[in-house]
Ligand binder design. Sequence first.
Ligand code: MG
Ligand code: MG
Length: 258
Amino acid sequence: MITYKSAEEIELIRESSLLVGKALAEVAKIIRPGITPLELDRRAEEFIRDSNAIPAFKGYGDFPNTLCISLNDVVVHGIPSSKALIDGDIVSVDCGVLKNGYYGDSAYTFEIGEVPAAIKQLLMVTKESLYKGIEKAIEGMRIGDVGFAVQEHAEKFGYGVVREMVGHGIGKNLHEKPEVPNYGKRGAGIKLIEGLVIAIEPMINLGKAPIFQDNDGWTIRTKDGKVSAHFEHTVAVKKGKADILSSFEFVEEVLNKK
Ligand code: MG
Ligand code: MG
């Protein structure tokens, strides 16, 4: 069942989603070669709890941490480790919070030190593909229009679009209906109606699309071992223009000063 949110509920989801953006900015402040994913995780958890919210991922299923931290060939759902980041890594940091009964969800992929130009381009195009999808998150479009827009942009560059992992509805639950694939057909799937709130989250591979799961039951990797990027926003469907409830502004303000 799909639940449509009232204007009041959307404001609560915005509050949670902006808090995620600020938690990602806390990560941005300290992320660098030599720091460990577990240190980033602790910083985010502290920040979220100090903001009277609850980390959404910790204890979701048996996920042990506040952040999913996915390095290089890890697509998503990486468990934060004590192994230091090194120059040239790319690191997807995915964060969710629960506040006032509503969830927010957002992810950003960071460059560690100097990253090769081909990988910088992957990050840029993945972020662009997210915004291409968001442009379609307006009343009257269909879920397939969102996926088509993401896929079309990413494939223009020869990248692999992950099929098995998808975006989702969000609200009183972290994952709600509908599924929001990063691929699709124009005009296919459910109709988008004002009040629908979805997390759009392209996972785009430098190489081919296939993935596999590690024995830890969480970590998703590319089959060909090439790197993967991931950006996510929580978005409310509106008439005329989507309302992006999360924000990369806090993160990018920090990164631009570095
Ligand atoms: Mg997420
Ligand atoms: Mg999500």
